[in-house]
Design a protein around this ligand. Structure first.
Ligand code: FAD
Ligand code: SF4
Length: 464
């Protein structure tokens, strides 16, 4: 008998005024009793609308039914049939615009908490299940993966399961991509990402770190080394700046740099040697997940006033609703319909002193379909600040496209690849994730990695 309560079982969380001073995880996760109660809200619908909303087609009603029966390890196995990173997706996927958006329980109340149940099953399996020994029959073929983010990791895992010898080449000293260097510890503990990477290592995937494809070796060199197909999942790590006067003052960071210092280089820990400005007044320019993460990190790093400066209105904020809600609870101040005009600095120290902003109003829709922000004449005002963090977008780094003859890219610098297969204009090279789409989401990157692995398998078999 289904549990017909209208709302989701609440997620236990750290209180806002405690968590905004530490980097421990905000959401604490369901207990087994809570998970079973929530799982019983699922109606096990015949036509499975939730599955259609999942980019990697997790068999949602099946895994939820297993949770409802208390078969937690089996539930995790069910998810892993189609998703390589369930503990990650359960935490950071925008479920409200994917699976949960289509859940029929959302018509008269809240949808089933699919993401929270996914997280619960994955966490339970990680802490209870015995380590699996993999018996994979090798097929004698070699593939290379460039970039160890969610796209590359998913592609590597699928290829390894098919029997390929897979080597992942990663520029940083740690695998994980944005999951390690961008998304903060309090949203996605790094031990969880590491354990997903370790399970790929257990399957025989080899990781070569501190290796810059395009410098250490080119893609053509990898083919010469005997790799028969190459997947490029190098992400979109190149920050966009505002191009306003004063942007070169000390104390203006790109969100990528700021988050890398805090997350990957652990600047939040007393014992970390990573330099970072511990500012009192911080403005983060932008309104996406990256901006929310930077603002919430700045607060935890000791800032008293943290502003989100966003040129459109609240309804247009692209960040996940949960992140906006958490940011507000933690005391982040939102300045909507506000655009930066100039960063002010001290002429002697070159340190940031403030930012001149201008009020905006919304005009006609632009190419993106969203209403265009239009400046209001004479509305300038100044925010007193010591740090400005720019989180207005990223694009792919040009290194790979500039060192790979025959690889077509578009005007945004993204690699052009077929949606269904990831095949690029260069024979044997496949691509997916943010390097193809520009900054997107974890699950879309995983879906692309999955499709490319299947296509690479076909490609190599066709050459035999
Ligand atoms: P990446 O994760 O960027 O991985 C690319 C990897 O390639 C990196 O490790 C990079 O170092 C490596 N690399 C680059 N160039 C080379 C080279 N030449 N040689 C070798 N290695 C190379 N998505 C969500 O779904 N939910 C969220 O809540 C969310 N929050 C986010 C918060 C932040 C701060 C950021 C930055 C992004 C967020 N995203 C979120 C987006 C999501 O993380 C990305 O869409 C996803 O990580 C893209 O995966 P990817 O594998 O394509 O690229
Ligand atoms: Fe369960 Fe909702 Fe999916 Fe129906 S749509 S099977 S209720 S999760």
């Amino acid at each position: 008998m289904a549990n017909m309560r209208a709302d989701k079982v609440a997620m236990p969380e750290q209180a806002p005024d405690i968590r905004n001073k530490n980097f421990e995880e905000v959401a604490l996760g369901y207990t087994p009793e809570m998970a079973v109660e929530e799982a019983k809200r699922c109606l096990n619908c015949k036509n499975r609308p939730c599955v259609q909303g999942c980019p990697v087609a997790v068999q949602i009603p099946d895994f939820i039914a297993l949770v409802a029966e208390g078969k937690f390890a089996e539930a995790a196995e069910k998810i892993k049939e189609t998703s390589a990173l369930p503990a990650v997706c359960g935490r950071v996927c925008p479920q409200e615009s994917q699976c949960e958006k289509y859940c029929v329980r959302g018509i008269k109340g809240e949808p089933v908490a699919i993401g929270r149940l996914e997280r619960f099953a994955a966490d339970w399996a990680r802490s209870h299940a015995e380590k699996k020994s993999f018996e994979i029959k090798k097929n004698g073929h070699k593939c290379a993966v460039v970039g160890a983010g969610p796209a590359g990791l998913t592609c590597a895992g699928d290829l390894a399961r098919m029997g390929y010898d897979v080597t992942v080449f990663e520029i940083l000293h740690t695998a994980g991509g944005v999951l390690m260097y961008g998304i903060p510890e309090f949203r996605l503990p790094k031990a969880i990402v590491q354990s997903e990477i370790d399970s790929l290592k257990d399957m025989g995937v080899e990781f070569v770190l501190n290796f810059v494809v395009g410098r250490s070796e080119t893609i053509d060199d990898l083919f010469a080394d005997g790799y028969e197909a190459v997947f490029v999942g190098s992400g979109a790590g190149l920050p966009t700046f505002m191009h306003v006067p004063g942007e070169n003052y000390n104390g203006v960071y790109s969100a990528n740099e700021y988050l890398t210092r805090v997350n990957l280089m652990k600047a939040y820990r007393e014992d970390a040697p990573t330099p970072i400005m511990r500012a009192k007044k911080v403005a983060v320019v932008g309104g996406g997940n990256v901006a929310m993460d930077a603002a919430r990190c700045a607060k935890r790093m000791g800032a008293e006033e943290v502003y989100i400066v966003y040129r459109r209105g609240e309804a247009e904020l692209p960040a996940r609703l949960e992140e906006i809600h958490h940011a507000k609870e933690e005391g982040i101040i939102f300045k909507f319909l506000t655009a930066p005009v100039e960063v002010l600095g001290d002429p002697d120290t070159y340190l940031v002193k403030g930012m001149v902003c201008q009020q905006m109003e919304l005009g006609e829709p632009d190419d993106s379909g969203r209403r265009r922000p239009v400046p209001v004449e004479g509305s300038e005002f100044t925010l007193e600040l010591d740090v400005v963090i720019v989180a207005i977008g990223t694009s792919p780094n040009p290194l790979i496209r500039s060192t790979t003859p025959g690889l077509e890219t578009n005007r945004r610098g993204c690699i052009v690849a077929d949606d269904a297969t990831g095949l690029t204009s260069k024979d044997g090279v496949f691509a997916g994730g943010d390097t193809v789409t520009g900054a997107a989401t974890v699950i879309l990157a995983m879906g692309a990695g999955k499709r490319a692995a299947a296509a690479m398998d076909k490609y190599i078999k066709s050459k035999k």
